[in-house]
Design a binder for this molecule. Structure first.
Ligand SMILES: Cc1ncc(COP(=O)(O)O)c(C=O)c1O
Length: 388
């Protein structure tokens, strides 16, 4: 089966948040994690059928939609879940915010590993909890971002209540290995921390030799203190449909989580449920084709940065996601984002992920090859101009 990843929909002048940011400017947006590809044909067809119904009342998932989630987790990841464990949400970030309230009290602490997707730090703050960041350690010999176990132990206080994990990790694109996850589980059990595992990128593993290991499959005590967050949104490029899930095996923790949603978290809408089922049930060939495309794009980015961009480097393999974390510290830029925008490419600011000011930018390579090549040409021009 072939799918078209080369002829992008025109997003200029549309409701796209990604493209509106640079409306009226010649800046290619390569920031927010939203791909410039159409959703899979099976999703579009399912939505068209659902829209044609003309009935858009308050929704609840129907059994086939729940079964699609259960079957996908089993087939792709070997994780058997009970449908009772599912709490539907209008987004993953909502899930991080709700977890902050449900897992910790006012002034209590939540750990995470930086650099990390900014809501990992803002969600605790929004709820009056305290984010405690532990930097990932870069191991030069193995070219990997690793958990600094000593620093993690030192960061625990009598007020620590939860650990927010991002796996695969945004932005360093690492897939955590079983031994690391088991050690993390032991750490959370020993310190009685709720482990909130954001696995939104789990179906975007680019390295054929790697597998995603859901935290929920680790066994032992950790399952009873884990909240796993997943969604079809990144993989099938439907983030605007606002559909995500929390999977919480422990009934008491689930009750606390649901309690924290009440009255403030909107319900998932009819189109979100429809798209989620179609994505999980009918889009595996599309996902495989997407992964092929993303691997090609990733290789283009790695080659372009290594071969043509003085002062820029990608420190570690991009094992998953469609995001490249680029070290630009040697360019000595005060404001790398403004600098690269002036050269026509819009990136994400590393500082917001907890990186040192001026040190990193994040590039989204989920786009047609022609767009990517043009973005890389502009990135190159920016790097060359900075070292002059
Ligand atoms: C790790 C991670 N979690 C959550 C989200 C956002 O999820 P949502 O749009 O469902 O709130 C993103 C989006 O980039 C992400 O990378």
């Amino acid at each position: 089966m072939s799918f078209d990843f080369d002829h992008p929909p025109e997003r200029r002048g549309t409701d796209s948040q990604k493209w509106q940011k640079y409306a009226g400017r010649d800046v290619l947006p390569m920031w927010v994690a939203d791909m410039d590809f159409r959703a899979p044909p099976a999703v579009i067809e399912a939505l068209q059928r659902r829209v044609a119904d003309g009935v858009y009342g308050y929704a609840r998932p129907v059994p086939s939609q729940v079964a699609a989630v259960v079957e996908t987790l089993s087939q792709l990841h070997g994780w058997t879940i009970d449908p009772e464990w599912i709490v539907w949400l209008p987004g993953l970030v909502v899930g991080l915010n709700v977890t902050a309230t449900a897992a910790a009290g006012p002034g209590e602490e939540i750990l995470c590993l930086t650099p990390v997707y900014p809501p990992f730090m803002s969600a605790p703050r929004n709820a009056g909890r305290v984010p405690v960041t532990v930097p990932l350690a870069y191991a030069t010999a193995s070219r990997t971002w690793e958990i600094d176990w000593d620093a993690l132990e030192r960061a625990v206080t009598p007020r620590t209540r939860a650990f927010f994990l991002c796996n695969p990790h945004n932005p360093v694109a690492r897939v955590f290995r079983r031994d690391e996850l088991e050690k993390l589980a032991e750490f959370c059990v020993r310190h009685r921390l709720v482990l909130c595992s954001d696995e939104i990128h789990c179906d975007l593993i680019l390295e054929p030799g790697l597998r995603h290991i859901p935290t929920g499959t680790l066994g032992g005590a950790i399952a009873q203190q884990t909240i796993t967050l997943i969604a079809p949104s990144k993989t099938y490029n439907i983030p605007g449909l606002g559909t995500a899930l929390a999977i919480i095996p422990n009934a008491d923790l689930r009750r606390r989580f649901v309690h924290a949603t009440q009255g403030i978290v909107a319900e998932v809408n009819v189109l979100g449920f429809t798209a989620c089922e179609a994505a999980f049930r009918h889009c595996e060939p599309w996902r495989q084709a997407l992964l092929e495309r993303l691997r090609r794009n990733r290789d283009l980015v790695l080659r372009a940065v290594a071969d043509t961009m003085p002062g820029a480097r990608i420190e570690a393999p991009i094992e998953a996601t469609y995001l490249a974390w680029i070290n630009v510290a040697d360019l000595g830029l005060k404001d790398p984002i403004a600098h690269f925008e002036a050269h026509g490419v819009g990136l994400s600011e590393g500082r917001f992920f907890g990186a040192a000011p001026g040190s990193h930018v994040r590039l989204n390579f989920g786009c047609p090859e022609s767009t990517l090549r043009e973005g890389l040409r502009r990135l190159h021009a920016g790097a060359v101009a900075a070292v002059k």
